[in-house]
Ligand binder design. Structure first.
Ligand code: ASP
Ligand code: MG
Length: 466
């Protein structure tokens, strides 16, 4: 890539198109960017859900298709109307919206008539949220006198891996291959000098079928593009604060975190729902490209900078995060620790059903498996049927628990951190179901009953931040 040109990838979430105030701020941010901006955009707020719901409802009844279609049209017309002053540009934008909505309509009738929807069809339909958002954004920019081109990411070689089970809705990108093949396209875009508005959230299989990166996947697209364009920086724009020292709904005095390492951010993105897609860090962790998370309402504030700088804060702890969507299954047996291959048997049985293990902690007599709550019942059934050479005595199910992660570079190297956490928690008379330190260099996990979440997060926050 031509090193003389400064390139930044700017990713805007669906909230940025929420109302004319947010749209105006978004446009100002794009206009005032001094580097060449590669804009990556998510679907407008609520649109992906509308499409997902529309697929289910179209399968039920043909008349439901037109309801989804009217809503899809109305929502985007409204955004365009609110923010585009020039009539010619507005009408052109309406036409572009309608062209895309028509395609959604045909696809939904297909679902309705065939009474069938494969993962591939679903992925294709929900990709329209981003496609429509991109033409709306392009219209808004044109109205302000800025040229842009819409780039649909299934048409430019954003090729994704397919696992053996043909994953259409949780795809990832083979980075090196992508970058090699994308070089020419990237250079053409830069040479053209016209701001690209790229659709987030999806790519395609090698033969051109749409695949998505899972919910919130536009963050991942933006990171892959930062990697492909060798950008100077990736900025993820939101309309809320980014990473904070704790959930502000639980801890009022929680503050925005100024700096995070890639590892800290990767840990936190698995917990702090919807701040970052869990895979966002991966494409650029090896490159040193920083990610900055910023709020469109306070663009002059620094936001959270995520970089390779593994800086150790004097507090050590940077954030206390939690995940409520987990459950724990405990497998007991006095001889478990001696049995080779048992973990593999468990892992295979669960992966055959596409169940992802969040974490495991084992001892000689117990295997603790953390799973997403949605997989709880299926997993419990599967694990109860595992023979384990007759060594398994009992399988217990522990529900209504929450996983708390205490994250910070250096926490393994500083003596007494783990003790300080457990001490604080025990003062609240909370029973810790499980704790794990050392599995990650930047995180300590504890599992506690749901009802104790407020107490635990506050007491730990207080211990380290006041
Ligand atoms: N539109 C997709 C979603 O709602 C992807 C994204 O917003 O990043 O999950
Ligand atoms: Mg998001």
């Amino acid at each position: 890539m031509d090193k003389k040109i400064c390139i930044k990838v700017l990713k805007f979430g669906g909230e940025c198109l929420r109302n004319s105030e947010n749209i105006l701020k978004t446009v100002e941010i794009i206009m005032s960017e001094k580097c060449f901006p590669i804009v990556v955009i998510s679907a407008a707020e609520g649109i992906t859900d509308l499409l997902i719901d529309g697929i289910i409802r179209s399968k039920e009844k043909e008349v439901n298709v037109s309801e989804t279609i009217s809503e899809l049209t109305a929502k985007h017309y409204e955004i365009a109307q609110e923010s585009i002053a020039n009539n010619t540009v507005l009408n052109k934008t309406f036409r572009n919206i309608t062209l895309l909505v028509k395609k959604v309509e045909r696809l939904l009738y297909g679902v309705s008539y065939t009474d069938e929807v494969t993962e591939a069809v679903r992925a294709h339909i929900i990709s329209y949220g981003e496609r429509i958002a991109a033409v709306v954004m392009s219209g808004i920019l044109e109205d302000k006198g800025i040229d842009s081109t819409v780039i649909e990411t299934d048409k430019i070689g954003l090729v994704t891996n397919k696992s053996s089970s043909e994953q259409y809705e949780n795809a990832t990108v083979n980075l090196e291959e992508f970058k090699r093949k994308f070089k020419f396209t990237a250079q053409t875009i830069i040479n053209g000098g016209i701001i690209p508005i790229m659709t987030g959230f999806f790519g395609s299989t090698p033969d051109g079928k749409v695949t998505t990166f899972g919910r919130n996947g536009s963050d991942y697209t933006a990171s892959v593009m930062a990697y492909g364009f060798e950008a100077k920086e990736l900025i993820i724009w939101k309309d809320t604060e980014a990473f904070t020292s704790a959930d502000q709904k639980l801890v009022r005095e929680a503050k925005v975190i100024e700096r995070l390492s890639y590892y800290e951010a990767a840990e936190l993105s698995y917990f702090s729902d919807r701040i970052l897609h869990p895979l966002t860090i991966e494409p650029i962790a090896g490159t040193g490209i920083p990610i900055v998370i910023k709020n469109i309402h306070t663009p002059e504030a620094k936001g959270t900078i995520i970089s390779s700088d593994a800086y150790i804060d004097e507090n050590i702890i940077k954030s206390i995060a939690y995940n409520k969507n987990i459950c724990m299954i405990r497998i007991h047996g006095t001889g478990i620790g001696y049995k080779p291959g048992l973990m593999r048997e468990i892992g295979n049985a669960l992966s055959e059903e596409n169940i992802n293990i969040f974490a495991t902690v084992t001892s000689q007599t117990t295997i603790n498996i953390l799973l997403e709550s949605k997989d709880a019942d299926t997993s419990f059934g599967i694990l109860n049927n595992i023979k384990g050479g007759g060594l398994i005595e009992r399988v217990d199910f522990i529900r209504n628990v929450v996983l708390v992660a205490i994250v910070g570079e250096g926490l393994l190297k500083r003596r007494g951190i783990f003790a300080k956490i457990l001490n604080a928690v025990s003062l609240m008379k909370v029973n810790v179901e499980m704790a794990s330190a050392g599995a990650s260099e930047v995180a300590i996990y504890i599992i506690i009953p749901n009802d104790d979440l407020w107490d635990v997060v506050n007491v730990i926050h207080n211990e380290f931040f006041s």
